[in-house]
Design a protein around this ligand. Structure first.
Ligand SMILES: Cc1cc2nc3c(=O)[nH]c(=O)nc-3n(C[C@H](O)[C@H](O)[C@H](O)COP(=O)(O)OP(=O)(O)OC[C@H]3O[C@@H](n4cnc5c(N)ncnc54)[C@H](O)[C@@H]3O)c2cc1C
Length: 263
């Protein structure tokens, strides 16, 4: 097999109605919601940075999901569609038919607001994952860089990394109290960077920590997820330093000043 060959997998899109089974406040700004029920059967996801589209209650408190027709998803014309937001399947337990999603409580938005009040017995819609981008497992080192919205993906990745893998994780959080215990068999250096109340969009802690990393030997894969302007700037910085494009995945997980209603 070629060196550092990433794999792109497609999955059939399935829309599901899921039951809230449990809710747990992991830290001041992170709410864990465990979803399940018969709707979850057959769920698949192959990569730690997969995402599902969650469908949240509309302004009438209703879940209005599209039908999957020949022309793609179509919402009923006479009802307000559910707002949709992207979230990481933090853990999927196929034996128990449970899916864990960790929501950042960032202030105001349909997803954050819903998560803050979530309670067992409620429901949520979910679509996907449509595909998985499986990053090659043969790099010498992985540098994972993200803010709190990336913590579910980073946490899952570290948990799934085989022993012997080497990684550095730079994780920015609203507060020191938002740190979480992360379990891994890999050889990982985790650096927690607390903003102490500064707005995520104004912080440059991830950028600075990335720039100050000592040189790492061998082939290094960089994974970045944060506010979109910051993720883009960090990608550009790496590219300017000669890191090959295929050795970087940088994604905007949210956009300052914008809601996510356009997708
Ligand atoms: C692939 C992918 C995976 C993701 N996984 C997760 C995940 O597992 N957990 C998670 O919490 N988020 C995750 N996100 C980010 C999440 O989709 C966005 O934060 C989303 O905008 C939240 O929706 P909302 O309805 O709460 O706020 P919106 O209605 O989208 O936004 C309302 C306002 O809040 C601001 N805003 C949105 N998100 C944040 C934030 N995090 N911090 C500060 N201000 C914000 C917006 O700029 C806007 O002004 C992921 C995003 C992507 C693309």
């Amino acid at each position: 097999m070629a060196l550092h060959a990433h794999q792109r997998l497609r999955h059939d899109v399935v829309l599901r109605m899921l039951d809230v089974l449990r809710v747990e406040r992991l830290s001041p700004h992170m709410q864990r919601v465990t979803l399940g029920g018969p709707g979850l059967r057959g769920f698949r996801g192959a990569s730690p940075d997969d995402h599902v589209k969650l469908f949240l209650p509309n302004r009438d408190g209703e879940l209005v999901l599209p039908a999957l027709g020949a022309n793609g998803p179509e919402f009923p014309p006479d009802r307000e569609p559910s707002p949709m937001r992207d979230y990481t399947p933090r853990r999927h337990d196929a034996a128990r038919d449970e899916l864990t999603v960790d929501f950042v409580l960032h202030g105001d938005g349909p997803a954050s607001n819903w998560a803050a009040q979530a309670a067992p017995g409620q429901q949520l819609g979910a679509g996907g994952p449509r595909g998985s981008f499986v990053i090659a497992g043969d790099f010498d080192h992985y540098v994972l860089v993200g803010d709190e919205t990336a913590l579910p993906a980073i946490g899952r990745w570290l948990e799934e990394m085989p022993a012997g893998t080497r990684a550095t994780a730079l994780i920015e959080l609203p507060d020191a109290a938002d740190r979480q215990p992360l379990h891994t068999h890999a050889d990982v250096d985790i650096r927690w960077l607390a903003r102490h109340g500064e707005a995520a969009v104004d912080s440059r802690r991830l950028e600075q920590a990335l720039q100050e990393l000592p040189a790492i030997e061998g082939d290094v894969f960089h994974w970045i997820a944060a506010e979109s302007g910051r993720a883009r700037a960090m990608r550009q910085w790496l590219e300017q330093r000669g890191v090959p494009k295929d050795w970087i995945k940088a994604t905007g997980y949210w956009k300052a000043g914008a809601d996510d209603d356009n997708d």
